[in-house]
Design a protein around this ligand. Structure first.
Ligand code: NAD
Ligand code: 3PG
Length: 526
């Protein structure tokens, strides 16, 4: 369901796929109108207008992905989506240039009062005195939020001969130096900047960041811009600061409430220039984000590939290739341990060893958790909601990077604890092809391909047991694909693991259990 207008090329990409049934809404629908339409919807596409609230998510039991054709996802209840395992994706860079260009246009329009002069001309006036402005050259621009858009604004400002100060708690000094901006504290920007532009996301920290207290620290005659998110500049405080003469002008593209309510005092101030959230409204940006969102959603629905998810860690293609074999192995280990362990576990300890310590481990832990929690959560469990689900179940997840020397160059180990009881399995990647193998079960060495049906049993190490098992399985028409045997000492305790081509019947298992030397007979499906 395409809820907000996206580019025709994006819509065409969806329609091209014969597996999709695409609905394009003709107008933006409020929550109450959307609710009755979403029962069968699996994917929703929005821009900044349609609100994907918790209620909408609850009314859409089949929803798997929300795609934002743009950056900000503040119109999507990401927490509600995450709890349900719904991937929320955005298109982070498709509208960067357009928004940076709008910001720069606003900067110039603000400095030269172009919109005000234009309105006066349209009204038939010729008033040269009222619209005298200031130059940008040699002025100081303060940029709060030096991400994609902030960086592009900085480049344009430097080209215009401005000094650029940047405040961004997450920006490194070397990156700031490379961009030729001066990385300073917030108060220094307030004290030195002639223009201040904000380019951060809306967070608890940035909400209302430019308020009366902040304006008080600024230079008199400062001009401020917000092409990021409404509310980063407190609108009431801005009104007062302009009325009081502290702030000489403001350029706004975004607002605390959108669309703007009829009553909006800043509208009446001649020092304020405004656009209706146009940052991304260019042919180019819309084509970029429309195509990107269509490709990303299609790839997810058809192939399960996740890109630009805001509720999942993102991996670039190179890192993904490194992590991929561990994802598959991790999921199988999680599934194996879940089936061997009792249902109620209070702790899951995941240990990464050898080269596995060098790759991003969060996605691997999520895959392990997915395998582990599947039996509790069924098909609703995925990498998006596994951590939320684990904490809701009271399962503590501990992740350890180990430098212990083992026989394996890259390995994972998963241990589930239920009080004092521990069930564990270890896996490793073999050779250049990184073949996954289960290499430990409850500490016992094995070598098992983590695929299909596994039969596990502990037995006394005695002659004839392999023959007994083989004959019995054959009699019950179950083919053994491979076998792994290990024992502590000759004649001691042994662990036998078989890869089977089918699940043995209960009668077969009962017969096996009759042998007094055999115990802990289990069948698991990977
Ligand atoms: N007007 C529009 O139509 C339009 C279009 C695109 C994006 N946007 C908005 O512009 C903003 C920036 O987008 P972007 O693509 O550059 O995002 P980005 O994630 O690339 O950059 C945001 C930057 O803000 C920084 N930041 C976070 N918290 C901060 C804080 N407390 N103080 C200072 N810096 C902080 C981050 O470190 C990051 O570098 C977002 O709010 C986005 O929603 C608006
Ligand atoms: O966050 C964004 O990408 C911008 O606010 C653009 O919003 P829009 O897609 O509604 O133009």
């Amino acid at each position: 369901m395409i809820c907000d207008p996206i580019s025709p090329k994006g819509i065409a990409l969806f329609q091209q796929c014969t597996k999709f049934n695409v609905t394009v809404l003709k107008e933006r629908l409020p929550e109450d109108k959307l609710l009755p339409l979403v029962a069968d919807v699996e994917a929703m596409v929005v821009r900044s207008e349609t609100k994907i609230t918790r209620k909408v998510i609850e009314a859409a039991p089949k929803l798997r992905v929300v795609g934002r054709a743009g950056v900000g996802v503040d119109n999507v209840d990401v927490d509600a989506a995450t709890q349900r395992g719904i991937v929320v994706m955005n298109t982070p860079s498709g509208n960067t240039i357009s928004t940076a260009e709008l910001t720069f246009s606003m900067l110039m329009a603000l400095a030269r009062k172009i919109p005000q002069a234009h309105s006066s001309m349209k009204a038939g006036e010729w008033n040269r005195k009222a619209f005298s402005g200031v130059e940008l050259y040699n002025k100081t621009l303060g940029i709060l939020g030096m991400g994609r858009i902030g960086t592009e604004v900085a480049r344009r400002a430097i080209a215009f001969g401005m000094r650029v100060l940047a405040y961004d708690p997450y920006l490194t000094l070397s990156r700031a130096n490379a961009m030729q901006v001066e990385l300073v504290e917030l108060d220094e920007i307030y004290a030195r900047a002639d223009f201040i532009t904000v380019h951060m996301p809306m967070t608890d920290e940035t909400k209302g960041m430019l308020n009366t207290a902040a304006f008080a620290k600024m230079k008199s005659g400062v001009r401020v811009l917000n092409c990021a998110r409404g509310g980063i500049i407190n609108e009431t405080d801005l009104y007062e600061a302009i009325k009081g003469g502290k702030v000489a002008g403001a350029a706004l593209d975004v607002y605390e409430v959108e669309p703007l309510p009829k009553e909006f005092p800043l509208r009446d101030l001649p020092q304020v220039i405004m656009t209706p959230h146009l940052g991304a409204s260019t042919d180019e940006a819309q084509e970029n984000v429309g195509i990107e969102v269509a490709e990303a959603i299609t790839d997810y629905l058809l192939n399960g590939a996740v890109r630009n998810a805001v509720n999942l860690p993102n991996l670039d293609a190179k890192t993904y290739a490194l992590v991929k074999p561990y994802l598959a192995l991790g999921e199988k280990l999680g599934r194996l341990v879940a089936q061997l362990a009792p249902k109620r576990n209070d702790r899951l300890v995941v240990t990464y060893g050898g080269k596995a310590t060098e790759v991003p481990t969060d996605p691997i832990s999520r895959s392990i958790l997915k395998g582990f929690l599947e039996s509790a959560g069924g098909k609703d469990v995925n990498q998006v909601n596994v951590r939320t689900m684990a904490s809701a179940l009271g399962l503590r997840v501990e992740e350890i990077k180990s430098n212990e020397e083992t026989d394996f160059s890259e390995w994972l180990h998963v241990a589930a604890y239920s009080g004092e009881q521990k069930i564990s399995a270890g896996g490793a990647l073999y050779g250049a092809k990184k073949q996954p193998r289960i290499v430990r079960v409850n500490g016992q060495p094995v070598e098992v391909v983590p695929e299909g049906v596994l039969f596990l049993m502990t037995n006394k190490d005695r002659p004839g047991i392999v023959g007994y098992l083989g004959t019995l399985m054959g009699r019950h028409n179950v083919n053994i694909a491979s076998m792994s045997l290990s024992r502590d000492i000759a004649g001691g305790h042994a662990l036998t693991v078989l890869n089977l081509d089918s699940v043995p019947s209960e009668t077969a298992l009962e017969e096996i259990r009759k042998d007094p030397d055999i115990s802990n007979v289990r069948v698991v499906k990977l």
